[in-house]
Design a protein. Structure first.
Length: 135
């Protein structure tokens, strides 16, 4: 457990994130631009400054190339963030990197919308590749 300086809430390092649980299955319509959108309002991780939990909504949109992301494995992967101390901006980029590594899509976007805390809300959007049929 990593301990935030001067705080009493411990948290795990990014080593606890488990991209190895991500699984894929063959996309049978290769060559056809197909938008896949996945969303959960159960996103959580921990602020590495205070150790306090951050909650929000995570949305993943992608155009598969050869494979699709298996949803149960995605749920296991996202759950691995629950006790990890990671900045919001870094979390969005880490999710994108891990999903791109696993599925090699034509295009992918990850949006993390964090719930209001201390009067501040945050939305982080990151993208990989070109959107194909999208504007």
């Amino acid at each position: 457990m990593v301990q935030a300086e001067g705080k009493r809430f411990g948290f795990l390092s990014e080593d606890a994130i488990t991209p190895e649980v991500l699984e894929t299955f063959p996309f049978e319509y290769q060559g056809r631009d197909t938008m896949v959108e996945v969303e959960t309002d159960e996103w959580s991780c921990v602020c590495p400054f205070s150790g306090l939990p951050d909650f929000g909504t995570l949305s993943v949109s992608y155009i598969p190339a050869d494979v699709c992301i298996e949803l149960k494995s995605l749920k296991y992967y996202l759950t691995s963030y629950r006790q990890v101390g990671i900045y919001q901006e870094h979390a969005a980029n880490r999710v994108l990197d891990d999903l791109v590594e696993s599925a090699a899509p034509q295009w992918m976007e990850v949006v993390l919308e964090y719930r209001l805390r201390g009067g501040i809300s945050t939305t982080v959007t990151v993208e990989f590749g070109e959107a194909g049929f999208l504007p």
